[in-house]
Design a protein around this ligand. Structure first.
Ligand code: PLP
Length: 383
C-alpha cells in the first residue's frame, strides 16, 4: 500500500521524547521554550509561541486581536474547515472569497472586492504549502488598515522571494502566521502548532491567553526561591504544547530543510512523469514562490470522474485524496448566504486529486503512482 503521506520519525525523535519524559517536566517547560527559539530562528521571526495545534493557534490570533461579533474576516472557503471555524469561535463572520485556480490560493482581487467597513482581518492560507501572494495581500491589508493573518498550517519550510532574496514563510509577512505540526504536514509533533509575529505585545498576549490568563507561569513559580501567588488577568485558555511534543519538534525542525528538498525533488519528478499527459494539469509554482510540497494536487482532465479514478487507484494499493474541501458546502456554513462567487473553489474540490508524497517515498513507488494514474486516464481517453 502506498499511503497519501507518511511522517519521517526515527530513533532520534523517540530518544528526544524519552529524555523529556525522564526529565520529570512533561508539560510546557524548557523544551517548549527551546522549540520556540529554534523555530523563530529558522523562519526568521522575532517571536514564536508554541500551542497545542494550528486550529487553536488561529483562534488565539483572532482572540489576541479582539476580533468578535460584528467583525468580518475574509478567507478562502477552499481550505481545511478549521480556517473558517476559528472565525466562528470568536463570533465573527467568515466572508468567503474565491481562489486562483492555478495556485489554489486566495485571489487578492477577490479579497479587494470583499472588503467592507466591518472587515477586520484577512486569513490567507498557504494551501498545500504553496505560498499565497503575500506581496499583493500585505499591500491591500495596509491600504485598508486591516490585519493579515497567514494560515501557514501546511507551509513550514516554504519560501517566497522578497526584494530579490528568499525568505521562509513565518517571518511573518503579515501580522501573524500560524503553523501546524499534525502528522499530515511536513514536520510533526503528533499534534502541535506555532504562532509567529514581529509584535512583542501580541506575543505576550498569546502567552497570557494560552495559559489561562495566568500572570506568572507555573514554570517560573516552580523555579522561584520565593513564594509567588499568581493572578488570572483575563479569561484565558489551556492551549499549551507539552515538553514531550516540543522535544520531538526540535528534532523534526533540524530535518526540515532536508525534508523539503526531498519533497521538492519528488514534485519535480512527478512533473517529468506526468507533464506531457493531455488534459492533466499539474501544480506550478509562481516564480516568486518555493513550495514545500506538503501535498501534490493534480487537476484531472474534463470528463474524468474523480471518485472512479480514486477508487481504481485504491484497488491497486495507492491512496489518493480528493481536492481540498470547500467549507461553504459543509453543514456549519451551508446555510450562510454566500456573498461572493466560489466557482473556482468548487471546481478545484471536484476536479482535483492529491497524489502520495512524502520525503522517504521511493522512486519505484512514485513510478507506480504515475503509471497507475496514466493508465486510468488513458482508459478514459479511449472511451
Ligand atoms: C491542517 C490545517 C489546519 C489545522 O491544523 P491542526 O494543527 O490540525 O489544528 C488549519 N488550516 C489548514 C489550511 C490546514 O491544512
Amino acid at each position: 500500500m502506498i499511503p497519501i503521506a507518511l511522517p519521517l520519525l526515527t530513533e532520534e525523535e523517540a530518544d528526544a521524547a524519552r529524555a523529556a519524559v525522564l526529565s520529570g517536566w512533561v508539560s510546557q517547560g524548557p523544551q517548549v521554550a527551546a522549540f520556540e527559539r529554534d523555530f523563530a530562528a529558522l523562519v526568521g521571526a522575532p517571536y514564536a509561541c508554541a500551542v497545542s495545534n494550528c486550529t487553536i493557534a488561529l483562534h488565539l490570533a483572532l482572540a489576541a486581536l479582539e476580533i468578535g461579533p460584528g467583525d468580518e474576516v475574509i478567507t478562502a472557503s477552499h481550505s481545511f474547515i478549521a480556517t473558517a471555524n476559528c472565525i466562528r469561535y470568536c463570533g465573527a463572520t467568515p466572508v468567503f472569497v474565491d481562489i486562483d485556480p492555478g495556485t489554489y490560493n486566495i485571489d487578492p482581487n477577490r479579497v479587494a472586492e470583499a472588503i467592507t467597513p466591518r472587515t477586520r482581518a484577512v486569513i490567507a492560507v498557504h494551501q498545500m504549502g504553496m505560498p499565497c501572494d503575500l506581496a499583493a495581500l500585505a499591500t491591500l491589508a495596509d491600504r485598508h488598515g486591516i490585519i493579515l493573518i497567514e494560515d501557514a498550517a501546511c507551509a513550514a519550510g516554504s519560501q517566497i522571494r522578497v526584494d530579490g532574496g528568499w525568505e521562509r514563510i513565518g517571518k511573518p509577512h503579515g501580522q501573524i502566521a500560524c503553523f501546524s505540526f499534525h502528522p499530515r504536514k511536513v514536520i510533526t509533533t503528533g499534534e502541535g502548532g506555532m504562532l509567529t509575529t514581529a509584535d512583542a505585545k501580541l506575543d505576550q498576549k498569546f502567552r497570557l491567553l494560552r495559559q489561562h490568563g495566568m500572570s506568572v507561569p507555573d514554570i517560573v513559580r516552580h523555579g522561584s526561591p520565593q513564594v509567588i501567588f499568581e493572578d488570572y488577568l483575563v479569561v484565558g485558555f489551556n492551549y499549551r504544547m507539552t515538553d514531550i511534543q516540543a522535544a520531538v519538534g526540535r528534532k523534526q525542525l533540524e530535518r526540515l530543510p532536508e525534508l523539503v528538498s526531498r519533497r521538492r525533488a519528488i514534485a519535480a519528478r512527478y512533473g517529468e512523469l506526468l507533464g506531457n499527459f493531455e488534459g492533466l494539469r499539474l501544480p506550478a509554482e509562481p516564480d516568486w514562490a518555493r513550495s514545500n510540497w506538503q501535498s501534490y494536487c493534480v487537476r484531472l482532465p474534463d470528463r474524468v470522474d474523480q471518485r472512479t479514478v480514486m477508487q481504481r487507484m485504491l484497488d491497486q494499493g495507492i491512496a489518493t485524496r480528493r481536492g481540498i474541501m470547500c467549507s461553504h458546502r459543509e453543514a456549519p456554513y451551508a446555510n450562510d448566504k454566500q456573498r461572493h462567487d466560489l466557482k473556482q473553489s468548487e471546481l478545484a474540490q471536484d476536479n482535483s486529486i492529491l497524489l502520495p508524497i512524502y520525503a522517504q517515498m521511493s522512486k519505484e513507488d512514485q513510478e507506480r503512482v504515475a503509471c497507475a494514474l496514466r493508465r486510468e486516464l488513458q482508459a478514459y481517453a479511449l472511451q
